[in-house]
Structures are given as structure tokens and as C-alpha cells.
Design a protein around this ligand. Structure first.
Ligand SMILES: [Zn+2]
Length: 352
């Protein structure tokens, strides 16, 4: 036991000698329970640094598996991990990194029924609007502090929401965005491209805000966004106001049903598709795995679909499953209701 205490003290010695940490600060970190949503580009640096700092209990929630195209930026993983659950691999690496921290993992998708009530802090490292809005609204409803971030090419944004302290007076995300933006309106990393250091820097800032928050040190204010442009290294803080009309701020015990978080019914996994009964439209050209696919572009997708009939089952595919969502939107507006996008696109096809 003494040996464990000595090892613990030695592990954190260089940070506990800081005036801002000390033994009391270290005990705040040790007693904290933190949920990290997403173990991808942002999640990797967040997890490395909060684990190394001695946050006592960390839960990693991610339903995704490691892909080869993740490895240049998701630096916890190596080629041998491809195909494995990120949450499980990350948990095992972090346990080896710091034996003084308890790490648990969940491979369930973070969703409206996820339980966040036992956590002192939620760090959202997800890469999609649906998860971000669900995490935000759940943290608001349960008065939990939340640290969110997102990246686009060379840019990053970080927000800290002190819903544990400032829920009544400070603005929330829905004061700025009453409704969730259309997911197909913004490119994600798969579509836009990303250099690994961008989520590395932005995730490290999330970790820094998390550790400061747990230590009781000042953080970003609720209702302001830290913008970081790494291409020319400029930073800026942009504040927004509380909205008098905000559905979340104005009504106690408000809740949103699943439809408020975007339409996931437009996607289908390949395992649910029987090629002989489905008409397949490819927006990216021929692929040996889909020999019956018809090629077209978004501009002439209606023209092509007209030969299938409005009641046909139609699968629209593209490389990464983003453009195909736009194709589905066009076709559904034209009356093709049995039309679906291949989730994750052709790059994800081998995962099925
Ligand atoms: Zn609000």
C-alpha cells in the first residue's frame, strides 16, 4: 500500500508542486468521474492528457472501430488495431499509461438514452451534429459541465458550458442554433480532409480546459467560442447571447425526441441490402463489389431514378456516405421514399 502511495506521489510530483495544483488539486482530479464521448482525433489527446493528469475515473464511449484511414491522426492506435473497437483499445492503452486511473469503456452509441448522471464532467469529442446536440441537451438537462470541440480543415472551435453553475444566466448552444443544422451541409474529416495535428492541438485545448475546470481554475466562459486557425495561427473568442426564444433555456424539464436530432432513417448498412431486390446508384463510378450499380452524378440522379419507379428500393452510394445523403434528399423530395444512403460509403463497405 505504501509502495502504491509512493508510486502515486512520484507519478504526479511534477504537477503537484505547482501552486495551482498542490495536494488538494490532485485530490480533486483523483475524485473526478469524467465521460469522454468519442475516441477519435479529438478524443485521443483528451484521453492521453486527462489520464496522465490523474483523473480518477474515465469512461470512454465510442461505438466505432479503428480504420486504417484513422491512423494518421488518432494516435492511440496502430495498424494491428484496425477492425477493433476504439473504446476497448484506447482503454487498454490508457490503463498501461497510468495504472492510478480507473478506465472503463462502452461500445454503445452515445444517444438520448445514455446515462450521464454519475459524471462530474462530460467531454464531447464526437464528429457529428447529432451526438453534439444530444450531449449538449443532456448536459443542460442534468446540469453537468460540458466541453465541446470541433474541427474543419485547419480550424478548430472549443466551447465550455458550465451548466452546473450558469445554466440560468448563460447562453446555451440552442440559443445560437435552435435547430440542429443539416448534417449534409457541412463536410466532416472524411470528406474535407484533415492533418493529424489539428485535432491534436484542439483536443489538447479541450484537455487543458477539462483539467483546469476540475482544479477550479478559470476556463473559457459559457457562451463563448474559442476559434483557432492553425494555418496562419490566429485565435479569437466569439461570444453569443442568450436567446429569449430558446426552447431549452426557457422551459424547465424540456426534452427533445429523437426527431429533433436529425434523420438517421436515410441511411442503411450494406448488410441490410439485398443486391437482387435493390437498384443501386453510384455517385463515384464503378466498384467491383457493386457490379449492378448504375453510375450518375447528383445533377442527373432524378433522370436515372425515373427508370426504377417510385416504389423501388434504391441504394445511393458514394465514397464516404456524405454526398449520397444529398442524393437521397433529392430523390425523396421527388417522391422516392424507399431510397437510402450507404452508411459510411464505399470506404466502410468492408466493415459490414
Ligand atoms: Zn438556450
Amino acid at each position: 500500500m505504501k509502495q502504491n502511495k509512493e508510486a502515486y506521489d512520484l507519478f504526479f510530483q511534477r504537477q503537484t508542486i505547482l501552486e495551482e495544483v498542490g495536494r488538494s488539486g490532485q485530490s480533486y482530479l483523483r475524485n473526478a468521474k469524467v465521460l469522454v464521448i468519442g475516441a477519435g482525433g479529438l478524443g485521443c489527446p483528451v484521453l492521453h492528457y486527462i489520464t496522465a493528469a490523474g483523473v480518477g475515473q474515465i469512461t470512454i464511449c465510442d461505438h466505432d472501430r479503428v480504420e486504417y484511414t484513422n491512423l494518421h491522426r488518432q494516435v492511440i492506435y496502430s495498424p494491428d488495431d484496425v477492425g477493433q473497437h476504439k473504446a476497448k483499445i484506447a482503454a487498454s492503452r490508457l490503463r498501461a499509461q497510468n495504472p492510478h486511473t480507473k478506465i472503463t469503456s462502452s461500445t454503445l452509441k452515445f444517444d438520448l438514452d445514455s446515462d450521464i448522471t454519475c459524471y462530474d464532467l462530460v467531454i464531447d469529442c464526437s464528429d457529428n451534429f447529432r451526438t453534439k446536440f444530444i450531449a449538449h441537451d443532456l448536459c443542460f438537462i442534468h446540469s453537468k459541465p460540458l466541453i465541446q470541440a470541433s474541427i474543419h480543415k485547419f480550424e478548430g472551435q472549443v466551447q465550455v458550458y458550465r451548466f452546473d453553475r450558469k445554466r440560468e444566466e448563460a447562453p446555451c448552444l440552442r440559443c445560437l442554433w435552435p435547430d440542429m443544422p443539416d448534417p449534409s451541409s457541412v463536410q466532416n474529416c472524411n470528406e474535407a480532409g484533415v492533418l493529424g495535428f489539428v485535432p491534436g492541438v484542439v483536443g489538447s485545448i479541450q484537455a487543458s480546459e477539462a483539467i483546469k475546470l476540475l482544479l477550479g481554475l478559470p476556463t473559457l466562459d459559457t457562451g463563448e467560442t474559442l476559434m483557432i486557425l492553425l494555418k496562419n495561427f490566429t485565435t479569437e473568442k466569439i461570444a453569443w447571447n442568450k436567446s429569449a426564444d430558446c426552447a431549452l433555456c426557457n422551459y424547465d424539464n424540456v426534452s427533445f425526441d429523437s426527431s429533433a436530432y436529425g434523420d438517421t432513417s436515410a441511411e442503411v448498412r450494406y448488410s441490410e441490402v439485398n443486391q437482387s431486390n435493390w437498384s443501386i446508384i453510384s455517385l463515384v463510378g464503378p466498384d467491383a463489389r457493386l457490379p449492378t450499380a448504375h453510375m450518375c452524378s447528383l445533377d442527373n440522379i432524378n433522370e436515372l431514378a425515373s427508370q426504377f419507379g417510385k416504389d423501388s428500393k434504391i441504394l445511393v452510394v458514394c465514397r464516404r456516405g456524405i454526398t449520397s445523403l444529398n442524393g437521397v434528399k433529392i430523390l425523396r423530395e421527388a417522391g422516392y421514399q424507399e431510397c437510402f444512403s450507404l452508411a459510411g460509403g464505399l470506404e466502410n463497405l468492408s466493415e459490414d
